[in-house]
Design a protein around this ligand. Structure first.
Ligand SMILES: [Zn+2]
Length: 162
């Protein structure tokens, strides 16, 4: 395949197929929620020879999860016909922010995983009963993530900060 005028549309189609392959990858910590809905996907570069570079933004996930995500993305993208190679590039900017999470993913996080997404300095409320939550420990699983307890129903609430 070469990037002649006639194949420009093919390139767009290939990029769309690569995008949907990346969308099929779920976050290993939140099965059922796509990494695209969590705001990890930033760039897709497809060369005329089929080599593909996926630019992802590291998020609240810890390093083991990021390695799994990269492997899953490479495996999914290499399934696309016309892709020769796939590389994942972890971008240092822009910084991931909680407002990159889609509304659908946010409500799924709340319902399925009791995860509250906190943006800015707003206080966190329990996804189950909307009571206030208090932070349990300053040492959450990662920098952007902490563990709270609901003052209403007593549920443990994971908080993602943006
Ligand atoms: Zn509650």
């Amino acid at each position: 395949m070469s990037l002649t005028e006639g194949s420009a549309i093919d390139m767009l189609r290939l990029e769309a197929q690569v995008h949907s392959a990346v969308s099929s990858v779920d976050d290993p910590e939140y099965p059922g929620i796509s990494i695209v809905d969590l705001g990890l996907l930033e760039t897709i570069h497809v060369e005329p020879d089929g080599s593909t570079v996926i630019g992802l933004i590291p998020t609240f996930s810890g390093c083991p999860a990021l390695a799994i995500i990269a492997d899953d993305v490479v495996a999914a993208v290499q399934e696309v016909a016309d892709v020769s190679t796939c590389t994942v590039d972890w971008l240092s900017s822009p910084a991931w922010h909680a407002d990159r999470i889609s509304h659908e993913a946010r409500s799924c996080l709340e319902r399925k995983f009791t995860v509250a997404v906190q943006i800015g300095q707003r206080s966190t409320t329990c996804p189950l009963c909307a009571s206030k939550t208090v932070e349990q420990s300053m040492f959450g699983p990662s920098r952007c993530r902490s563990v709270h307890t609901c003052t209403g129903c007593g549920e443990t609430v994971e908080v993602l900060r943006g």
